[in-house]
Design a protein around this ligand. Structure first.
Ligand code: NAD
Length: 305
C-alpha cells in the first residue's frame, strides 16, 4: 500500500504505469486457488454460462477469452448461442432455464443485444444471485444502499487497481467522467464506499477540464478517444482510463491522452492492458463468490472485497 506516498494535499508523489495485466493475473490465480479448494472441500465446480445473441465480432472475441480464462481458473464454462433474429421471449426462456440449472452459478448475457430485444428486461430476468455482471436492478440497488451485492466487473476492477496503488482513499476527490449504468454510476458508488468525495461529470458538464483538474483520482469512462488532455490532470493524480476506442483499423486508445497524462499523473492505466484485463478477472471472482453464496459456503478471505 502506498498511503505514505500521499502528500498533505492528497497528491501522490510517484510516477508509474498501472499494470492491469499483472494485477488481473494475480486475481485470476487467487480465483484458481479458491476454485481448487472449493472442489476439494465441497465437491463444487463453479459454472459460468455466457449467452451470445448474434455474431458481433467484438463480442465473439470477448466471449472466447472469457471461456478460456474461466477454464484456466478450474471452473466450468458454458456457451449458449442464439441467432441474431432471436425474439425477446425466446431469450427470456433461455434465461429462465439457466436460472433453474444447478450447474450454472453465473449467467452473463453478452451486450449489446440485437435491437428487437430490450436488454433491461433480459438482465432483470436473471436470478440476482447468478447476475455475475452485477447489472440486475437488485444488485445495483444493493450497491447504492451499501448492502451486499454482486459488483459490476469493470467498476470493481477500477477500485481494486486504485486500492493497490493508493491504499486508503478516504477524503480524496474522485472525478468520474461518464454516468452510464454499467460504468460511471457504479464506480461512483464504489468510490463513495471508499470515502472519497465524488463528482460525476458527463456530456452536459460545464468546463470539464477545470472539473478534472480538481481530481486526485480521475476515472475516464466517456468512450471518446483521447478526450482528456494532459493539462486536465492534477499533478500527482491517479488516472484510471476505462475507455476503449478504436482509431483507424486496428489501434485501440483510451479516453485519456496517455503520454501527456503521464507527465502530470502519479500513475495511469494504459489502454489496452489496464482496466480491460481486470474486468474478466472480476467476472471470474464474481462467479466463484456466487457459487459460494448460493450454497451458504463462506467466501474465501482472498476474494472478499
Ligand atoms: P456510454 O456511452 O454508455 O456512456 C458514456 C458516458 O460518457 C455518458 O454518461 C456520457 O454522458 C459521457 N460522455 C460522453 N461524451 C462526453 C463528453 N464529451 N464529455 C463528458 N462526458 C461525456 O459508455 P459506457 O458503456 O459507460 O463505456 C464507456 C467507455 O468504457 C467506452 O469506451 C467503453 O468501450 C469502455 N468500457 C470498457 C470496459 C472495460 O472492460 N475496460 C467495460 C465497459 C466499458
Amino acid at each position: 500500500m502506498r498511503a505514505h506516498n500521499i502528500t498533505a494535499n492528497g497528491a501522490i508523489d510517484m510516477s508509474s504505469i498501472i499494470d492491469g495485466k499483472a494485477h488481473a493475473a494475480r486475481l485470476r490465480e487467487r480465483v484458481g486457488e479458491a476454485a481448487a479448494a472449493l472442489a476439494e472441500k465441497h465437491g463444487v465446480t463453479p459454472g459460468l454460462t455466457a449467452v451470445l445473441v448474434g455474431d458481433d465480432p467484438a463480442s465473439e472475441v470477448y466471449v472466447r477469452s472469457k471461456g478460456k480464462q474461466t477454464r484456466a481458473a478450474g471452473m466450468a464454462s458454458f456457451e449458449r448461442r442464439l441467432p441474431a433474429q432471436t425474439g425477446e421471449e425466446d431469450l427470456l426462456k433461455l434465461v429462465g432455464e439457466l436460472n433453474n440449472d444447478d450447474a450454472v452459478d453465473g449467467i452473463l448475457v453478452q451486450l449489446p443485444l440485437p435491437k428487437q430485444i430490450r436488454a433491461e428486461r433480459v438482465i432483470n430476468a436473471i436470478n440476482p444471485q447468478k447476475d455475475v455482471d452485477g447489472f440486475h436492478i437488485e444488485n445495483a440497488g444493493a450497491l447504492a444502499v451499501g448492502a451486499d451485492a454482486l459488483l459490476p466487473c469493470t467498476p470493481f476492477g477500477c477500485i481494486l487497481l486504485l486500492k493497490e496503488k493508493i491504499g486508503d482513499m478516504s477524503g480524496m476527490h474522485a472525478v468520474v467522467v461518464g454516468r452510464s449504468n454499467i460504468v460511471g454510476k457504479p464506480v461512483a458508488m464504489l468510490l463513495l464506499r471508499e470515502h472519497c468525495t465524488v463528482t460525476i461529470a458527463h456530456s452536459r458538464t460545464r468546463d470539464l477540464p477545470e472539473v478534472c483538474r480538481r481530481a486526485d483520482i480521475l476515472i475516464a469512462a466517456a468512450g471518446r478517444a483521447e478526450m482528456i488532455k494532459g493539462d486536465w490532470i492534477k499533478p500527482g493524480a491517479v488516472v484510471i482510463d476505462v475507455g476503449i476506442n478504436r482509431v483507424g483499423d486496428k489501434k485501440l486508445v483510451g479516453d485519456v491522452e496517455f503520454d501527456a497524462a503521464m507527465k502530470n499523473a502519479a500513475a495511469v492505466t494504459p489502454v489496452p492492458g489496464g482496466v480491460g484485463p481486470m474486468t474478466i478477472a472480476c467476472l471470474l471472482r464474481n462467479t466463484l463468490v456466487a457459487a459460494c453464496r448460493r450454497r451458504g459456503i463462506s467466501v474465501p478471505e482472498s476474494l472478499r472485497e
